[in-house]
Design a binder for this molecule. Structure first.
Ligand SMILES: CC(C)(COP(=O)(O)OP(=O)(O)OC[C@H]1O[C@@H](n2cnc3c(N)ncnc32)[C@H](O)[C@@H]1OP(=O)(O)O)[C@@H](O)C(=O)NCCC(=O)NCCS
Length: 247
């Protein structure tokens, strides 16, 4: 069985750690091929490993409970510059660093984070599920924002049937570089593959047009409606512009 390695591709190790493959190099004497790959965590250092070993299957006798077939598997949710991965408890300090900024939460309808403990609590109780991801830069391994979808039944949007809604934010130093659009496109493709819903409903505070622009760049169309979403922080009297995307 042959599997092609993708240079600049993110691979998930079966112990749930993420790596970027940078190159395949040959040993100068044996000509054996080695993979050069960079950690997307910790010191972001580089490792090398025999290509054959890199592409091999998980040792089932040693790790009978691992679901993944291969030691390293190409991550589905990635684009040229970013990838989406589950939030980890170790992300709490980075989440606090980004989400303490009032310019993020107040635009999206939540209170800025007050402490690292609060950020950890959000990871535990809000972010740790199958439809919420950290947005990570391939170049540095840094978390730069969040992307997710979920039921729209608890919000004031005029949803039809079981239409889900989407949510996202990007840390301020990374605004206006196309990262959110790249991340939302990845997630929408994933939702199309998952099936089960024909359309997505979303909205943004009228005074936060950048978010509407992200949705429009991903194909959302304004329905012409405005609504209130009182479940959002500050949402009692701030109109929300409604958009919908046919999947
Ligand atoms: C909205 C947000 C997620 C956008 O992230 P981003 O990575 O900067 O988005 P992108 O770079 O992919 O696209 C931003 C678009 O908005 C446009 N934009 C920025 N400020 C704008 C403004 N004041 N008015 C109109 N458009 C604006 C940009 O020009 C860009 O469009 P373009 O590519 O056509 O030039 C980010 O600003 C953010 O996190 N805001 C706070 C949280 C939030 O609003 N979340 C969404 C809640 S509904």
């Amino acid at each position: 069985m042959s599997r092609e390695l993708i240079i600049n591709g993110i691979y998930r190790h079966f112990k749930n750690l993420y790596y970027c493959v940078e190159a395949v190099a040959k040993h100068s004497e044996t000509e054996e091929e080695y993979v050069v790959y960079r950690k997307m965590y910790g010191d972001r250092g580089r490792w090398i490993r025999e290509k054959q070993m890199f592409l091999s299957e998980v040792d089932r006798e040693k790790y009978p409970d691992v679901q993944q077939q291969h030691r390293f598997e190409f991550l589905r949710l990635q684009s040229e510059r970013i990838f989406l991965r589950p939030w980890e408890y170790g992300d709490a300090s980075r989440l606090f660093e980004l989400a303490a900024d009032p310019d993020i939460g107040l635009r999206a309808g939540w209170k800025p984070h007050q402490s690292e403990e609060e950020s950890l609590n959000v990871i535990q109780n809000v972010f740790r599920n199958d439809s919420t991801w950290a947005i990570v830069l391939k170049e540095s391994g840094d978390v730069i924002g969040a992307m997710g979808y979920g039921p729209s039944c608890d919000c004031g949007l005029p949803a039809v049937g079981n239409e889900p809604t989407v949510g996202y934010w990007i840390g301020k130093p990374y605004w206006n570089q196309g990262y959110c659009t790249e991340g939302l496109k990845l997630m929408l493709d994933f939702m199309r593959e998952q099936g089960g819903c024909k359309s997505v409903i979303s909205g943004h505070f009228v005074d936060n047009p950048a978010s509407g622009r992200v949705m429009e760049k991903c194909g959302f169309v304004a329905t012409g409606e405005e609504c209130l979403c009182p479940e959002l922080h500050g949402g009692e009297n701030r109109p929300v512009r409604v958009l919908r995307l046919k999947l």
